[in-house]
Design a protein around this ligand. Sequence first.
Ligand SMILES: Cc1ncc(COP(=O)(O)O)c(C=O)c1O
Ligand SMILES: *[C@@H]1O[C@H](CO)[C@@H](O)[C@H](O)[C@H]1NC(C)=O
Ligand SMILES: *[C@@H]1O[C@H](CO)[C@@H](O)[C@H](O)[C@H]1NC(C)=O
Length: 519
Amino acid sequence: MSLTFKIRKTFVVSQSILFIHIISPSLDDAILVFRQQELKNSFSMQAKMPPCDFSPEKYESYPYEHMLKIRKQNLSPALLTCYKKPLLLHQGHMQWLFDYEGRRYLDLFAGIVTVSVGLFLTTHRKVTAAAQKQLGRLWHTSNIYMHPSIQEYVEKLTALLPDPLKVVYLTNSGSEANDLAMFMARLYTRNFDFICFRHRGGYHGASPYTLGLTSIGSYKHGVANGFGCQTTMLPDVFRGLWGGSHCRDSPVQTIRKCSCSQGCCEANDRYIEQFNDTLSTCVPKAIAGFIAEPIQGVNGAVQYPKRFLKEAFRLVRERGGVCVADEVQTGFGRTGSHFWGFQTHDVVPDIVTLAKGIGNGFPMAAVITTSEIANSFAQNLHFNTFGGNPMACVVGSAVLDAIAEDGLQKNSEEVGTYMLLEFAKLRDEFEIIGDVRGKGLMIGIEMVKNKDSRQPLPVEEMSQIWENCKDMGLLIGRGGLYNQTFRLKPPMCITKQDADFAVKVFHAALMRHLQETAI
Ligand SMILES: Cc1ncc(COP(=O)(O)O)c(C=O)c1O
Ligand SMILES: *[C@@H]1O[C@H](CO)[C@@H](O)[C@H](O)[C@H]1NC(C)=O
Ligand SMILES: *[C@@H]1O[C@H](CO)[C@@H](O)[C@H](O)[C@H]1NC(C)=O
């Protein structure tokens, strides 16, 4: 006989006995008694790391403590450092990272959604080989001259975009790309105001210009910024005011219920009303544009109702604005079903910005727009020393080849969907997993105190689970305003075996956490 139940709370009674308070449809609320040992055997499913035949080089730099000291003394004190004992990583192979002691980790955060095709995989070997070849040929000549790789690259890149998105500006970072997108939108429309999401908002960069679009208090500084940036309600169908049981484009829907009939989405209509309200009350009749990520990154894979972007784009265009899709995290096949995130919303933006995965970790980014918008930006000069340098262009080209040749978009879809459905089972089992969402290998797991309140799980508890995962060899990211969402956005070369390992480790980390917090 098998029994499914949700674990609400564990109570340690003695060293060897544990009570588990469960909610089960067949037993109502009940307390089960386990012997600790039995529990360990039944729950801490042995998570065995999938094999890897690569051995890292010996670490030969400074001792750990000395590295820590230099980081504290000579690097920005505002750096974000993960984990109580920060990781000192030394080498990478495919989806694996090795620390200074040779410990192996499954990397499900990919250097913040950046290692797109993996490190030193067959695919990556091609990327590395392309970079090495170019290193020996020509590192740099600015784009005032022609060099072959820039033409070769933009031809390949634009072939992947729908008309009329055919003009590429190459930059060095995502912030720089979004800066340029805003600037172009303002020049083209001759309007000023930009709409972006509030409420545990979007992240579009930390440059003085883009900071206005980034709605996360911890990145703000007490200086004037964000002129003309107007925030609007985030259509978050899990935590927001409205949401239901079939709002989003994901194999996993929220736990919220709704009675919408097929083809209707009450939540979408309410959120569009709010969007329209921002347009009527916060900005002039004519605006410069609207920026959104197709699925939010830093905010933990928040997905909007299916029709939201399509309707929002229409309202923005009615007011003369252009629509910018920030594909910095969602691009290059990560969402599985499509190469670009905007395609999953059935829209064609006027401007698309790319970074992170575009270079598998090489610093490069891009803005792609229509020739009409580009021409309006050609009245005066625009220059960028490193943008489109030969190294970036050959790397970018090799990344596109790797995605195509190794079927990484398809792999994102298959492994991502599998992983989403497996994590959804954990959500049904554990009271503290509020939501599992995403598409392809862009996955969020939002943690709550309990499902009824949807209150965020306190940050100390999040940290404990996060540390537990790391201790078992699994690196995952965190996001959301309360840091309440785990982010899984691995290199797109991961396998189902890796996914199984991740699910088992996460399960064991939760079990350990429940035991540790038991009263
Ligand atoms: C969606 C999104 N846009 C833009 C950026 C900014 O990119 P960069 O850090 O390369 O400036 C980021 C970075 O995290 C991002 O996640
Ligand atoms: C948006 O608001 C305007 C003005 O209040 C109204 O006329 C229009 O019908 C609204 N559109 C939508 C889609 O709600
Ligand atoms: C969330 O994490 C960020 C970065 O670590 C930190 O600055 C912020 O204070 C955290 N928020 C909460 C509510 O803990």
